[in-house]
Design a protein around this ligand. Structure first.
Ligand SMILES: C[S@@+](CC[C@H](N)C(=O)[O-])C[C@H]1O[C@@H](n2cnc3c(N)ncnc32)[C@H](O)[C@@H]1O
Length: 201
């Protein structure tokens, strides 16, 4: 079951666009987790987790299969339905929340882990911090500006790309356990990203 956080509100442009993108049989970003998440799973302690802008669920489902208790929030009902179906195929459950992250309020001190992959809303950073319990961790990866020179993948608007060192600065009050920034070849393709794992003090 998907929980409709904003039932009755008019369908937003983002929702239309992403529903359209996800409506096919295939998985736009694949069924498997982000290589960064998979490689660093040992740095993430089990517990209650929020996957922000979870899309078709590749990371949420991977985490559920590792024993995490997963809330997955996204504006695309189509993506969330596919995610729940795929979770079922793997014999796991995720709690799907349909909501607009421009207005959604993350519950304070609820999560042991918050995952944010390929979605950048700077206004959410303080909410991510508040949403974590003390000692909770954030795992974050998204494109940096160089991505626009190396591929067609990624958003068009420059505001959705991280600037140099920006992700590190955004979490400077956290204990940074891992950080990288640059062009990496993963999953058979090159991409320009910043990736971080950090702990709430
Ligand atoms: C590039 S995809 C990333 C999906 C997923 N994190 C992953 O790495 O596979 C961006 C996601 O953000 C979601 N999204 C876009 N605008 C949103 C909004 N305002 N509120 C919630 N989700 C939104 C889209 O539906 C889409 O699933």
């Amino acid at each position: 079951m998907i929980m409709w956080i904003e039932e009755g509100k008019k369908i937003k442009l983002d929702q239309k666009r992403w529903d359209e993108r996800f409506k096919g049989k295939g998985f736009a970003f694949g069924k498997g987790p982000s290589p960064f998440l998979k490689k660093h799973i040992h740095l993430l302690q089990k517990g209650k987790i929020l996957d922000i802008a979870s899309g078709e669920g590749r990371n949420a489902i991977f985490l559920a299969r590792q024993g995490f208790d997963v809330d997955a929030v996204d504006i695309s009902g189509v993506g969330l339905k596919k995610a729940q179906k795929l979770a079922g195929e793997f014999g796991v459950k995720i709690h799907a929340l349909l909501a607009d992250l421009n207005t959604y309020q993350i519950e304070k001190e609820k999560y042991d882990l918050i995952a944010n992959f390929y979605f950048l809303r700077r206004s959410l950073i303080s909410q991510i911090k508040k949403g974590l319990r003390k000692g909770g961790r954030v795992i974050f990866e998204t494109y940096i500006l160089e991505q626009r020179n190396i591929g067609t993948e990624g958003p068009k608007d420059p505001k959705y790309f991280l600037k140099p060192n920006e992700l590190l600065r955004l979490f400077k009050d956290f204990h940074v356990l891992y950080y990288r920034e640059g062009i990496f070849k993963e999953g058979g393709r090159r991409k320009a990203v910043a990736s971080l794992i950090a702990e709430k003090p």
